[in-house]
Ligand binder design. Structure first.
Ligand SMILES: Cc1cc2nc3c(=O)[nH]c(=O)nc-3n(C[C@H](O)[C@H](O)[C@H](O)COP(=O)(O)O)c2cc1C
Length: 326
């Protein structure tokens, strides 16, 4: 019988399927259902940096005593942030699988101290969803990656639970970024987070929101960077996020070098909550049919040879791709 268990960000997971941070994981009751469905871990809905900062700032302003953390925490206790700590505690109490907390952040501000509360509440790990779209022509592109690294360093000074960084795909050299994150203590990197998808209504001439959900075509970009990153940067776990919709997608991500996958869009469509058990069952069948006993038997089997010239690889693929269409 095949063994689907993996080690991800120093956590032991019974299988590589993680419920990604979203409205699917914002209550203890929902998380109990995911636990029963058989997934490997849950990433809680993100708490936003602004929520922490705003609540802390209000109290600092009110009492004019910057640095008085007891006071801040007394205030914060009665507010939304406290609900988040309760979500962690409740999910830990009622679920048997690892619970990963998540913060959506864009700076290395004072909110970072809140991470120790997350650790004390019992989260098994912390995922940092760093939003960093830089569009200011005066700002050097390197500043976005420096931001990632600075946030990570400050968090690592405060907590000892595993730290995972969820990266944007808007970087030119993702293996470089992942390597820097690894060198600065990240235990895993998630490729990729989701950005706001703008669209335009040509009748009202207004900017509107595009679909919040991924499409199957989105997987290709995730696979590209899994291939190129996993072969170049070893000893760090990668989780695929964006475009993982079914059991075949999960296997593709593992073959491309992911340790785990995160799923969201497909699970929003799966009202009867049958998808997770089906995926697990189909992966077991696939592994058995090929004689793979563990995930490590095929993980990264198709990633790019470390010695290969990546430019040639990409160029060659590109030329072949277009020359097939005359
Ligand atoms: C409705 C919705 C809410 C989301 N909320 C969060 C969030 O709070 N924090 C976060 O890191 N990602 C959030 N995401 C992004 C997902 O975690 C995931 O990275 C993204 O949807 C790509 O995965 P998918 O293709 O499986 O949907 C959200 C996605 C959706 C669709």
């Amino acid at each position: 019988m095949s063994d689907l268990s993996i080690n991800y960000a120093k956590l032991k997971l019974k299988n590589p399927i993680i419920i990604g941070s979203s409205g699917l994981t914002d209550s203890v009751d929902k998380n109990k259902v995911w636990d029963r469905a058989g997934c490997g871990a849950i990433v809680l809905k993100s708490l936003f940096e602004e929520q922490i900062e705003n609540e802390s700032k209000t109290i600092l302003k009110k009492y004019e005593s910057p640095g008085n953390h007891d006071l801040i925490w007394n205030y914060v206790k009665g507010n939304k942030v406290m609900d988040y700590l309760n979500l962690i505690r409740g999910s830990k109490n009622y679920c048997s699988i690892p619970i990963i907390a998540s913060i959506n952040c864009y700076s290395d501000g004072s909110w970072i101290e809140f991470a120790s509360q997350i650790e004390s509440a019992g989260a098994d790990a912390l995922e940092l969803n760093i939003s960093a779209i830089v569009s200011d022509p005066a700002v050097h592109p390197m500043e976005s990656s420096e931001k990632y690294i600075n946030i990570l360093k400050r968090i690592k000074d405060i907590i000892s639970i595993p730290t995972i960084v969820k990266s944007s795909r808007l970087f030119n050299n993702i293996p470089w970024l992942v390597n820097q994150l690894k060198n600065n203590g990240a235990d895993a990197v998630v490729l990729f987070n989701k950005l706001y998808q703008p669209d335009i209504n040509i009748d009202t001439l207004k900017i509107i929101s595009g679909s919040v959900f991924s499409s199957p075509q989105d997987l290709s970009e995730t696979l590209r960077w899994l291939f190129l990153t996993s072969s170049n940067v070893t000893e760090i776990d990668l989780a695929a996020s964006t475009g993982v919709n079914n059991w075949k997608d999960v296997i593709k991500c593992l073959l491309a070098g992911a340790t785990a996958v995160q799923m969201v869009s497909a699970l929003y469509q799966d009202k009867e909550r049958k998808l997770i058990p089906e995926i697990i069952h189909r992966i077991e069948e696939w592994m058995d049919s090929r004689g793979f006993k563990s995930i490590n038997d095929f993980k990264g089997k198709l990633n790019v040879e470390p010695a290969a010239d990546k430019t040639v690889f990409e160029r060659a693929q590109f030329m072949r791709y277009f020359s097939n269409h005359t």
